[in-house]
Design a protein. Sequence first.
Length: 149
Amino acid sequence: MNISTRFAVAIHILTLIDSNKDGKSTSEWIAASVNTNPVVIRRITGMLHKAGLVDVRPGVAGAKLTRSSSAITLLDIYKAVNAVEEGSLFAVHEHPNPACPVGRNIAGAIIPVFTLAQTAMEDVLKGVTLDQIVGTLPALEQSQQADFK
């Protein structure tokens, strides 16, 4: 099972908003960069708003970050968009054969390892900020950003 693409799209959205501080980051504009429908952008932006990462107001074009990009971690974004259910990055198959010694005990053997792996991944995400992601992108002039349509 893959982590939902909402996570990557949410990072894309927030990176665009941060790089367009002086412009209006509308869902249509963001959708052109993500190459998706503005409805998808509005749905994910709504999740980011609910998590307190962006400010959006009905009837007002554009979204703004609610705090500096250095104060937003990838873990904040990951949790905001419910990339995976809490504690379930890895799933254990259902209904193994209880008559089989492996089937009866496999979940107890692998769930602790899965939990450690998810915790390690989340620790990495906690240590990376949106500002670090923005900093890895080539500098774009304002006029270049408008040209991706």
